[in-house]
Design a protein around this ligand. Structure first.
Ligand code: ZN
Ligand code: ZN
Ligand code: FE
Length: 781
């Protein structure tokens, strides 16, 4: 279009034929390093015959272009519209410069500078071009397990520090061969400046190590690995962010062996399947889940199983979902390709509850009595990064575990904040650094239950700090005085002489949701989860707050009940059922129960517990949505003992049948605020049980009643505080049914709903909220 206009103008007005020259500086900030951005700029400059330069600096890319005015304008438009797939352009600034009459366009060496936020790409799944080369016998990288290009491959986990250049990565030790060097320096090549570029001649090497046998290399390694898997063995495989433990997912004995050796009794194993068609045969994969499976982040996606089960039942016992993922490295592709297996259990390479192994020697030591053999390589993993876990919902994906593929992708803030390090909670721990106008949440670190996980926590903080080149001036932690993360932060603050901000758990959840939506409130927040330390010393977990990053007012909460035996009530959900029933029907609640429900309680233990509750001994009060879900799940016979947090709630959601009328509830207005009273709900549930109503209906009616109760409380709170927006956060909102239903109820009432987008609703997102509170984010300067 632009060129046509010009032609006409030239014909009509010859005087305009000599166009004015313009030199423009264009600074692009965002995720523009290691994504093929400079070659892209070079190609654009050639398209319009512009002269100038491009260079990486720590905060982005700086360009100078010179040419005819309209060509320079077209260049800037195309820069925005045609950017490479992995690039994220967060800010583009332009400023005119005096023309220099320069004739060529050149790429200059990277420049390091202080003060700008540094972004680096996550590790990205094998791209279509590389997959084609991997399968092409004529290609020099045919069947090479470490091929990659500018659009795919390892990044974050091989980077020591920025700027992202080969000497700052684990690839520094591999000298490029002539062919690779040519590609690396050729601007037209897909591998131009791809730092992890490698080939069979110069790159990392595959090795198969089986104790007591000679190591095998390359194709022989692959052959031996496949033979072991086919024979039902357990193989440790080094991947992008650490080791996996793998076995044939269709072989029940093999899966059982892996469970026993790993010490993991029930928790479902993730399964890597050959391709989307295979995933669709095993599970109900709708269009959204299919898209998520094939995304460059390649997360584990939770999808409902098809029955009869297509894999060994030991893969995911007691679960109605499979956690599936597609091959995301060339090595996976070779193991699961046409002459490989169809489905492999791929669980993190660790003993249960420990961080995953990243180092060859460490893996061979720590996994010695779990794995029969090791398929490894000599490209170092600088920091562990687990597979991410997500589920699809019509309102967008829900991230359950945010790690490989997503980290260290930043959350962009509305304005710059001082550098903060927030250390998260206790379960599903992550940490968060702020850096100028960005917040960078670490990969999933896990539960901080032992010394090994605390070391992992410290390693990740050190690595992220080095990669980001940021020095925190403020520390933030949870209000809970005894969390390991809190204690670590207290010591670190003292050691470094920094201020420490302790943030109430649910305040952090809701501010995390605000930041995830680039908003600052005030909003009504519904924070629903298992447990968080309240400002009154009791356990909170179903809170209606009027909230901004600066503070909050507690407008309402779920009716508190005692947790008989404290933490034991989490592991034995029948205890929660008992206290809720006692609150609903009085001490003789047993007589109200139908036999099926009565059978879910431990009547031997109950009298002693009831005594403790009556005397207020080891029975802290809690207003926890998670515990209410546990209680209902237990009553419906979904397991008396929880093997992992949230297991009952997940089972209850999976059990729920078609949408149904909700149970009654009460939102009572007290002096101190709203009390969400679930007793009418439990009463109706028990009466339905007596009438023999089917369990899927009970679960559906409970979900609906609970959603309505939350919606009603939010409506009342919004009206009282004069708010029009409701933010939803906390682990309970991993429940898709509840999240979707509550969202539509609130929207029907004319309220705007904020839900998590890039960050998990569970405690994995907590550190972001803590960081924002500590940074005083949203406060006008
Ligand atoms: Zn590629
Ligand atoms: Zn090479
Ligand atoms: Fe929480």
């Amino acid at each position: 279009m632009a060129s046509e206009t010009r032609t006409t103008a030239e014909r009509c007005h010859p005087a305009l034929a000599a166009p004015e020259r313009l030199r423009l500086r264009v600074v692009v900030e965002g995720l523009v390093q290691g994504v093929g951005f400079r070659p892209f700029i070079h190609r654009l400059a050639q398209r319009w015959q512009l002269a100038g330069t491009v260079l990486n600096f720590t905060g982005g890319v700086e360009i100078e272009v010179e040419g005819r005015v309209e060509d320079v304008t077209a260049f800037v438009t195309a820069l925005r519209d045609e950017a490479p797939p992995l690039a994220v352009l967060e800010e583009i600034r332009t400023a005119p410069l005096p023309p220099t009459e320069e004739k060529s366009f050149v790429i200059l060496p990277s420049r390091e500078s202080a003060g700008s936020p540094i972004l680096i790409t996550p590790d990205i799944a094998l791209c279509a071009d590389c997959r084609r080369e991997l399968r092409d016998p004529a290609d020099r990288r045919y069947r090479y397990p470490f091929l990659n290009c500018t659009n795919c491959g390892p990044r974050y986990t091989i980077t020591h520090r920025v700027p992202y250049d080969r000497p700052h990565t684990a690839m520094a030790v591999f000298a490029l061969c002539d062919d690779c060097a040519r590609e690396y320096h050729d601007l037209r090549d897909r591998r131009y400046h791809a730092q992890p570029v490698a080939c069979p001649r110069c790159g990392p090497r595959l090795e198969y190590v089986r104790p007591g046998a000679a190591p095998r290399l390359r194709e022989a390694a692959l052959e031996a690995a496949l033979a072991l898997l086919r024979a039902g063995g357990v193989l440790a495989i080094k991947g992008l962010g650490g080791f996996h433990l793998a076995c044939d997912a269709t072989n029940a004995a093999a899966v059982q062996r892996l469970r026993q050796r790993k010490g993991r009794e029930q928790k479902p194993f993730a399964v890597m399947v050959r391709d989307l068609a295979r995933a669709e045969r095993l599970a109900m994969v709708d269009a959204g889940a299919a898209q998520l499976l094939q995304a460059p982040q390649a997360p584990i996606v939770l999808v409902p199983k098809r029955f009869p089960e297509g894999l060994a039942p030991e893969v995911a016992p007691d679960s109605s979902d499979y956690g599936l993922l597609l091959p995301y490295t060339p090595l996976h592709e070779l193991l699961l390709g046409a002459d490989g297996l169809c489905a492999l259990v791929m669980t993190s390479g660790n003993r249960s509850e420990e961080p995953l192994c990243v180092d060859n020697a460490e893996a061979q030591q720590r996994l010695a009595d779990i794995a029969d053999a090791f398929l490894q390589h000599d490209r170092d993993i600088l920091v562990g990064c687990d597979d991410s876990v997500a589920r699809w919902s019509p309102g967008g994906p829900i991230l359950l575990r945010r790690a490989r593929g997503y980290v260290p992708f930043p959350v962009r803030l509305a304005r710059p904040v001082p550098p903060v390090l927030a250390v998260g909670g206790h379960l599903k721990n992550t940490v968060c650094f702020t850096n100028g106008p960005t917040a960078i949440l670490s990969q999933h670190i896990g539960d901080l239950d032992n010394a090994a996980s605390l070391e992992h926590f410290e390693r990740i903080i050190a690595h992220l700090q080095a990669v980001l080149q940021v020095t925190p001036q403020v520390l933030a932690c949870d209000l809970h005085p005894d969390y390991r993360s809190t204690r670590w932060a207290r010591e670190a603050a003292e050691r470094r002489g920094l201020p420490l901000v302790a943030v109430q758990h649910h305040h952090a959840h809701l501010v995390s949701c605000l930041a995830d939506n680039r908003e600052t409130g005030p909003v009504i927040g519904l924070a629903c989860d298992g447990t968080g330390y309240g400002t009154d010393g009791t356990v909170w977990g179903c809170e209606v707050l009027d909230v901004t990053p600066q503070g909050f007012t507690r407008l309402g909460h779920l009716l508190p009940v005692p947790l008989p035996g404290g933490d034991a009530a989490v592991r034995e959900p029948w205890r929660m059922a008992a206290v809720y029933l006692q609150a609903t029907f009085g001490p003789d609640f047993r007589s109200a129960l139908p036999p099926t429900m009565a059978a879910t309680l431990d009547w031997q233990q109950w009298p002693a517990l009831a005594e403790l509750v009556a005397r207020g001994l080891n029975a802290p009060l809690a207003s926890s949505a998670g515990r209410l879900f546990d209680a209902v799940a237990a009553l419906l016979g979904l397991g008396g003992k929880a093997a992992f947090e949230g297991q009952q709630a997940m089972a209850l959601e999976a059990l729920a049948g078609a949408h149904d009328e909700g149970y009654p509830y009460l939102v009572a207005r007290h002096e101190a605020g709203l009390v969400l009273d679930p007793r009418p709900l439990l009463g109706a549930l028990v009466r339905d049980g007596q009438r023999g109503v089917a369990r899927p209906q009970l679960a559906a009616r409970f979900h609906e009643g609970f959603a309505q109760m939350l919606a009603e409380a939010a409506r009342q709170a919004a009206a009282a505080a004069g708010r029009d927006t409701v933010a939803l956060s906390g682990g309970t909102f991993q429940n898709r049914r509840l999240l979707e239903r509550l969202t539509s109820l609130l929207e029907q009432s004319g309220l705007r709903v904020l839900r998590h987008r890039a960050v998990p609703p569970n405690d994995g997102g907590l550190a972001l909220g803590q960081a924002m509170v500590a940074a005083g984010w949203g406060r006008e300067a």
